[in-house]
Each structure stands twice: as structure tokens, then as C-alpha cells.
Design a protein around this ligand. Structure first.
Ligand SMILES: Cc1ncc(COP(=O)(O)O)c(C=O)c1O
Length: 459
């Protein structure tokens, strides 16, 4: 329990924030007129801002991260104890929580056995790309291309933006890295083939068509989100991943699944891919791994991927990569405590149960509000797509979700939305991702806030 402190006057700090802090994904001009938001305290699923106003956090720290909520003493204590025992040594050596976490984590992902530590989702994906490039180099450099999907996001660096299917995130940051090739998204709601019962298989076959067009001998891997997150909460259609797996095996293409959002329980299984019965070669994760209490990300691989480096006699053949803070022992200490809490409190079951409850309530909202074209989700992760009319499925102007999110915020609930991601006016999806500890009362409060906001904002 994070005890409230006496009210503090944050005015001076807010002014210093305005003067010196460059906020992420924020246009700063409006902040000349209005105060920046400063979050000063958190407890459970509640946060407080600089004015002492309480908010219910329906998005786990805005970006699917504080998955166990705020004020988890046990994680904070684990971090403190570890830092006092041994805070840091470069990842060229092992450390005790890093070893323990690697064993616990790989036990949850059969077929994967190796854990490479770094700090962010971007970095974890970049490591995956570097592995693919180096594996190709070992064999003459041909199989170097990396496929990614329209609407998926894998990070903010130039290389991960080269693998980004979100036009508004990449615009103005090119030129990009060569050798990244886009495949189509799998939005059933927006595909011409969406009503086809074989949509999933057909969408996967599109990937094969692109592999063949590029020449399979040049394609090293495909990187996919199990559920497209920031690109609009898009679930893979039935049969999709199974067919992608088959195609990858046929053409010797490594399957890299980006679990940065879905990993560690968000969808009710440890990993999103585990809903689809596939066996990836590379799995990346970050955000919820330590629930935001320490920076940690992981690139997990099969023994086969690892051995391609281990068994290479070339003195340059090992993975010549380092991440300075991948050696900070606070990350795995926090990750171990996070995993303990998920297991002891049966939170995967809670996610499944509360996820179903949330979807049921959202379907109720859809029945009530004509503007909701589609609701979809898995576990405690959902999207509400807003359309001009249900027939054309044309998106509402992005100002609508912006106003709805602002209205929820005014009324004490923080929700998310597709934010400067998809081109073509498709930033029209509200996003919900409450902490894995959420109960019915929190879900009710969230859905009521969205309901009321829809009533107020949409004429
Ligand atoms: C699916 C996915 N992959 C990767 C990333 C990048 O993670 P990070 O911001 O930790 O670099 C994100 C961030 O939102 C993400 O949603």
C-alpha cells in the first residue's frame, strides 16, 4: 500500500517541467497555454496528478506497462534488496536474478531456451533483427530480408521504424534501413476478404506470395505482433498464425513474435502467441516484464538460433552485441517478483475472466452507441473502433477519439487511443488495457466513463 503523503504544492515543479522536460509523443506548443500533466503518486490502479486529482488508470501507465498496478511493495523491495547486494555488472557476466529469471521465463515458453537481456522493446527487437542479419552473413548474406506487417509497431529507433507498419510513426524519419519488406495487415473489419471464413489462411498466403516475390533465399525472418496493439487492437483471424508458421518452415524463414505488449499475461496466457499453437524462433518482450518497476527487456530464442552463434568457429561469429543496462540486476529482480505475484494471485485466470467481462460490457456499449463499429480484444486488452457509419465503416475524424479520451480524463479515468500511428485517417480506435489485477468494479467504472463520454462528445 502506497500511503498518501501530505498535499504538496507542485506548481514550481510543473513550471520546471514546462521549461526543461521534453515529453514523449507530445506536441509542446499547447503546453505554453496549459499545464503539462505530472503524475505524482500511484496506488493499485489509481494515480494522482499534480493537482491532487485522482484517476483510474485503464491503460496500465498509458502504454500497457504497469501490469500489476502501482505501489507493489514486494517488487520495490526486491529491487532495493538486489541493488544493495549487487547492482550492476556488464551482461558479459551472469548475475543471480538474471540466471533465475532466464530459467523461470524459458520454462513458460517451451521450445525457447535462451534469454538475452536489454532495456526496451525497441532494443529487444533490434537484437532480434541483428541476429537474423548475422545468421544470414554466416551464409553469404543472402537471407537478410526482414518482413513486417502493415499496422504493426516494433519500436522507435531507425531500424525498428524500418520495420514499422504505422505510417504516422515513420513519416519524416527516413531514409530507412534497406532490406525490410511490408506484408498486409489482418484487420478482418477492414479487409475486402474480411467475411471470408478462410480469411486467416488467405491473409497468411499473401505473406507467402511476398516471400516468393522477394525470393525465399533472401528472406531471413518475419516479425509480427501476436495481436496488433497500438495499430488498433487487431486480432489475428483463425488459421492465420498456423499458416504463417507452415510458410516460415517451408521457406526457412525465422518467426519472430513481438510480445512487447502481450507478453507476461496481458491476454490471459503468458504470451499472446500461445493462443495460436505456434512455435516461434525469436520472442521479444519488455513493458510488463517488470510491471514498470525497472527497465528490462528480453530477446528469447530457440537453442537452434543460439547454436548458430555458439558453434561458429569464425572469431567474428559470436553475437557481438552489448546493452550496457542489460547488465543492471534491478530488471530481473523486479521481473522475478512480478512473475511470483502473477502466479501466486492466479492473475492469468483473472485476466481471462475479467477480459470476458470487459468484452461483454463493451458489446453492450456497441449496442447502445451507433458510432461503435467494432469491439474486439483478448484478455485485458480491448479496442473500440469508431466509425462514421456502420455500413461504410469509414473512420471518424481522429478529433473524436481525442475528445472522448479527454472527456474520460476530465472525469477521472485514463483511457488510450490509437495515437499518431496509422495513416489514412485511421486513428479511430479507443484502447483499454487495465492492470491484470483489475476486478469487476474497476471494469464497470472504466466502461461507464467511456459510455458517458460517448454520450457527451458524440452528438
Ligand atoms: C508491439 C511493440 N513493440 C515494441 C515497442 C517498443 O517498445 P519500447 O517503447 O520499450 O522501445 C512497442 C511500444 O509501444 C510496442 O507496442
Amino acid at each position: 500500500m502506497n500511503m498518501p503523503t501530505a498535499p504538496t504544492d507542485f506548481n514550481e515543479l510543473v513550471e520546471l517541467d514546462r521549461r526543461h522536460v521534453w515529453h514523449h509523443l507530445t506536441h509542446h506548443k499547447p503546453l505554453e497555454e496549459k499545464d503539462p500533466l505530472v503524475i505524482t503518486r500511484g496506488d493499485g490502479m489509481r494515480i494522482w496528478d499534480q493537482n491532487g486529482k485522482e484517476h483510474l488508470d485503464a491503460v496500465s501507465g498509458a502504454v500497457w506497462t504497469v501490469n500489476l498496478g502501482y505501489g507493489q511493495t514486494r517488487i520495490a523491495d526486491a529491487v532495493r534488496d538486489q541493488l544493495m547486494e549487487m547492482c550492476y555488472f556488464a551482461g558479459s557476466a551472469g548475475n543471480l536474478p538474471g540466471i533465475r529469471y532466464a530459467e523461470r521465463l524459458t520454462a513458460k515458453m517451451p521450445g525457447l531456451s535462451r534469454v538475452y537481456y536489454c532495456n526496451s522493446g525497441t532494443e529487444a527487437n533490434e537484437k532480434g533483427f541483428k541476429m537474423v542479419r548475422q545468421i544470414a552473413a554466416k551464409d553469404g548474406g543472402r537471407k537478410h530480408k526482414i518482413l513486417y506487417r502493415d499496422r504493426d509497431y516494433h519500436g522507435s529507433s531507425i531500424a525498428t521504424l524500418s520495420a514499422c507498419g504505422q505510417g504516422e510513426r515513420k513519416a519524416q524519419y527516413g531514409p530507412f534501413v534497406p532490406g525490410f519488406v511490408e506484408v498486409p495487415h489482418v484487420s478482418r473489419y477492414h479487409s475486402e476478404l474480411g467475411d471470408d471464413p478462410d480469411f486467416g489462411v488467405k491473409a497468411a498466403r499473401e505473406i507467402e506470395r511476398i516471400i516468393e516475390r522477394e525470393d525465399p533465399d533472401t528472406v531471413g525472418s518475419i516479425c509480427l505482433e501476436p495481436i496488433t496493439a497500438g495499430g488498433g487492437a487487431i486480432l489475428p483471424p483463425e488459421g492465420y498464425f498456423e499458416t504463417v508458421q507452415e510458410i516460415c518452415r517451408k521457406h526457412g524463414v525465422l518467426l519472430h513474435i513481438d510480445e512487447v505488449v502481450c507478453g507476461i499475461g496481458r491476454t490471459g496466457t503468458w504470451f499472446g502467441y500461445q493462443h495460436y499453437g505456434i512455435q516461434p524462433d525469436i520472442v521479444t518482450m519488455a513493458k510488463g516484464v517488470a510491471s514498470g518497476y525497472a527497465a528490462i527487456a528480453v530477446t528469447a530464442t530457440t537453442e537452434d538460433v543460439f547454436n548458430r552463434f555458439k558453434d561458429d568457429d569464425d572469431p567474428m561469429g559470436y553475437f557481438r552485441d552489448i546493452s550496457t543496462f542489460g547488465g543492471c540486476a534491478a530488471g530481473p529482480a523486479a521481473a522475478l517478483a512480478t512473475m511470483d505475484i502473477i502466479e501466486e494471485q492466479n492473475l492469468l485466470e483473472n485476466v481471462t475472466e475479467m477480459g470476458e467481462y470487459m468484452m461483454e460490457k463493451l458489446r453492450g456499449l456497441q449496442n447502445k452507441h451507433e458510432i461503435i463499429g467494432d469491439v474486439r480484444g483478448k484478455g485485458l486488452f480491448a479496442g473500440i473502433e469508431l466509425v462514421l457509419d456502420r455500413k461504410s465503416r469509414k473512420p471518424v475524424h481522429e478529433g473524436v477519439p481525442i475528445r472522448i479520451a479527454a472527456d474520460c480524463m476530465d472525469h477521472g479515468v485514463v483511457i488510450g487511443r490509437t495515437n499518431r500511428s496509422i495513416t489514412g485517417g485511421m486513428n479511430n480506435v479507443l484502447l483499454l488495457s487495465p492492470a491484470l489485477i483489475a476486478g469487476q468494479s474497476e471494469i464497470d467504472e472504466i466502461v461507464e466513463a467511456v459510455d458517458a463520454a460517448l454520450g457527451r462528445v458524440v452528438m
